[in-house]
Write a protein that binds this ligand. Structure first.
Ligand SMILES: [Fe+2]
Length: 169
């Protein structure tokens, strides 16, 4: 039974990872890609992507749980997030996990308003946000268990890519 629940949770989290920002389809590209600081009004508009995303996904029966993760993926552990200001374990676990993974992914990639951080810098930001922005336990598991596996996977994929490139020469 535990295996079935774990598998369901993994699949639900995967779907939430793919769909969490789907609500941005309802927001103008001019605002989403603005290089400078957003006005208060623009920031409020961007925040609605969580609710739009929930509304888009909720009617799809098998994605009902995913719709709750989408709604809450910008909540903060200290209760200062949006859209509902949920705090700590009031926030669904999958949303707390997604918040860490999404923030890390955003930090290590270029954005129109800033250059990508190094992995070490992004890890330092996650640590800084423990207990305020992020669930501290989720950050610890991400840094100690998920990230090393991801780095090893990336190293092996790069090695396989180089090997394939040599074979084609
Ligand atoms: Fe988002």
């Amino acid at each position: 039974m535990a295996n079935v629940v774990a598998k369901w949770f993994r699949l639900m989290l995967r779907d939430a990872g793919l769909l969490h920002d789907i609500g941005k389809i309802g927001i103008s590209d001019t605002v989403l890609n603005k290089a400078g600081r957003l006005t208060d009004e623009e920031f409020k508009l961007v925040q609605t992507h969580t609710i739009i995303g929930e509304d888009v996904v909720r009617p799809i029966g098998f994605l009902r749980d995913v719709s709750q993760v989408i709604r809450h993926h910008h909540e903060r552990y200290d209760g200062r997030g949006y859209p509902d200001g949920l705090k700590g374990e009031e926030i669904p676990l999958a949303a707390r996990i997604l918040a860490v993974a999404d923030a890390f992914d955003a930090m290590i990639h270029d954005r129109v308003y800033r250059a990508a951080m190094s992995v070490d810098e992004a890890v330092a930001e996650l640590v800084k946000g423990k207990g305020t922005q992020f669930d501290p336990q989720v950050v610890d598991v991400f840094i100690e268990e998920v990230l090393p596996r991801k780095m090893e996977f990336t190293r092996q994929a790069a090695w396989r890519g180089r090997r394939r490139g040599k074979e084609q020469c």
